[in-house]
Design a binder for this molecule. Structure first.
Ligand code: KIV
Ligand code: ZN
Length: 559
């Protein structure tokens, strides 16, 4: 007998007022579909824990039919995060754990297998309804689409009390047909109806109008929750989601830092802070503990390797920085002159000097904990050694330095190869040459030497000669973490295994695509060549770990 609810009621202990907007987080599903954002199972679990602590109502933990590893990852989130209240969560109950499924029996079976250990499981099934998807992708008539919705929503409901249905590309679906599709889903037992603007095409007034019309014209709509899921292709995802909420939607599908397919999804932090900051006008609430927003943003940026642009609303490094003299003058007189939110409300403490070479392990542990990195035992010992090494080279160590230095400590995948030593000869005379010494997983020391077009190229080629997994370098960037000549250099790389660059395929039946995986790595050092070597090895380690987990390479991705 399944532990899942069978009555479609809110999760145990949940009382939903009319003013409560449910936050449905899809960082681990739609977000993970961003190119290069592949996460290991351990990283997914870490993010799910942070989301629970943040107070989200629903975690869409993945797409279990994509691969056995995706199924297991969702299952383990359902089993741990979905069964108990994580310490620091603003309020019980544990979040609903949701698995995505195409409208097929085998996908729905897999989604159910994955989410059923949760106290509050949900199956989310979808089928495209727009003319372009019906004709070109599905090759199904309207009648066939309606029949499939009835059959598959009904099937999902026979397994699980909480079923969400999404008419994919609802933003471009004829209104009359959308009403029919949604009514069919309600009749078959759907408890949440999600309206996706899959391709980010609609404008706020149009999308709001769609939600209003759906509320007025779909029989039985008053008994279900209306949800919105907006993509950001025109930069309108947050505006569209808000328009949906103003017209009656009470669930918003979002991702941390707005990651997701193409231009991404609605950013969780933006919608939450819009509702919070304009509460007097809107009177709507969420369960989110806003003070955790920056911390979770950092975690997601770390595990996906997708950095947050400095001017990103709410969580960007400049979101609370005031540069111009006029602004600074106003701020000194009254902060409300140029600030509509306080930085501490979103957990964005002003950068301040924290630790130096005389600081102890305990002080480091405390500060790291405040920054969202819980290190204990050996991990803490290793972190302290790295901190001391940096403190010897750099007089003042800021929060930004610490985050750059320890980004990889928390959830970095298994180390197949570790940098032991590195020497580079370069300059305007002669060929740039690198000698690299690496320790492999068995503790064997391997040495590689190569010339290159520059010092970084030479280092990467020397590493390639040892690791022997052909891959292409898609992206390389180096940033200074703080100002000053002794600043840490932070290097990010993205690589792709060479064979997968030609193995992309599309199955027109269901729009499946196995996208060539992209792996990221990050390294921070005062010497940018060493940082580059560490970043490249981190990406290779991630690729090798993910391969040994069997993830992503066979993964079916959906929009
Ligand atoms: O964008 C979309 O349509 C989706 C659905 C699966 C909800 O992600
Ligand atoms: Zn989507």
């Amino acid at each position: 007998m399944s532990p899942g609810r069978r009555d479609g009621a809110p999760p145990k202990g949940e009382t939903m007022s009319e003013n409560h907007v449910r936050i449905f987080d899809t960082t681990l599903r739609d977000g993970e579909q961003s190119p290069g954002a592949t996460m290991t199972s351990a990283e997914k679990l870490e993010v799910a824990k942070a989301l629970s602590r943040l107070g989200v109502d629903v975690i869409e933990a993945g797409f279990p039919a994509a691969s056995p590893d995706d199924l297991r990852a969702v299952q383990s989130i359902a089993d741990s995060i979905g069964t108990s209240v994580v310490e620091g969560r603003p309020r019980p109950p544990p979040p609903i754990i949701c698995g995505l499924a195409r409208a097929t029996q085998s996908d729905i079976d897999k989604a159910w297998e994955a989410v059923r250990p949760a106290a509050n499981p949900r199956i989310h099934t979808f089928l495209a309804t727009s003319p372009i998807h019906r004709e070109h992708k599905l090759r199904m008539s309207k009648e066939q689409v309606l029949a499939r919705i009835r059959e598959m929503v009904g099937y999902a409901r026979s397994l699980c009390a909480d079923v969400e249905f999404s008419p994919e590309d609802a933003g471009r679906t004829e209104m009359e047909f959308l009403y029919e599709a949604l009514a069919a889903a309600i009749e078959a037992g759907a408890t949440t109806l999600n309206i996706p603007d899959t391709v980010g095409y609609t404008l706020p007034h149009e999308f709001g109008e769609r939600i209003r019309l759906i509320k007025e014209n779909v029989p039985g709509i008053e008994n279900v929750v209306i949800s919105v899921h907006c993509h950001n292709d025109l930069g309108l995802a947050t505006a569209n989601s808000l328009a949906g909420v103003l017209n009656g939607a009470r669930q918003v599908e979002v991702a941390i830092n707005g990651i997701g397919e193409r231009a991404g999804n609605t950013a969780l932090e933006e919608i939450v802070m819009a509702l919070h900051t304009r509460h007097a006008l809107l009177g709507l609430e969420t369960s989110i503990d806003t003070t955790q927003l920056c911390r979770v943003s950092r975690l997601v940026s770390t595990v996906t390797g997708m950095s947050v642009q400095p001017n990103k609303a709410i969580v960007g490094a400049n979101a609370f920085a005031h540069e111009s003299g006029i602004h600074q003058d106003g701020m000194l007189k009254n902060q409300e002159t140029y600030e509509i939110m306080r930085p501490e409300t979103v957990g964005a403490e002003k950068t301040h000097l924290v630790l130096g070479k005389h600081s102890g392990k305990h002080a480091l542990q405390n500060r790291l904990r405040e920054l969202g990195y819980a290190l204990e035992g050996d991990a803490l010992g290793a972190a302290f050694d790295r901190f001391k090494a940096l403190a010897d080279k750099k007089k003042t160590i800021t929060d930004a330095d610490l985050v750059a230095l320890f980004k990889d400590s928390l959830v970095e995948p298994k180390e197949h190869f570790r940098l032991d030593d590195l020497q580079v000869v370069c300059g305007s005379m002669g060929l740039p040459t690198a000698t690299v010494r690496i320790v492999d997983a068995d503790g064997q020391i391997r040495v590689g030497v190569s010339v290159g077009t520059g010092p970084v190229d030479a280092v990467f080629k020397a590493i390639d000669g040892i690791v022997k997994v052909p891959c292409s370098l898609l992206e390389y960037s180096v940033n200074s973490v703080t100002r000053g000549i002794d600043a840490l250099g932070e290097v990010s790389v993205r690589i792709q295994p060479e064979e997968s660059a030609v193995s992309q395929r599309i199955n027109p039946q269901h729009g499946e695509s196995a996208r060539a995986p992209v792996y990221h790595g990050h390294g921070a050092e005062t010497d940018i060549i060493v940082a580059s070597a560490k970043a490249y090895l981190a990406a290779l380690n991630r690729m090798l770990s993910t391969r040994s987990e069997g993830q992503a390479e066979n993964g079916v991705q959906v929009v």
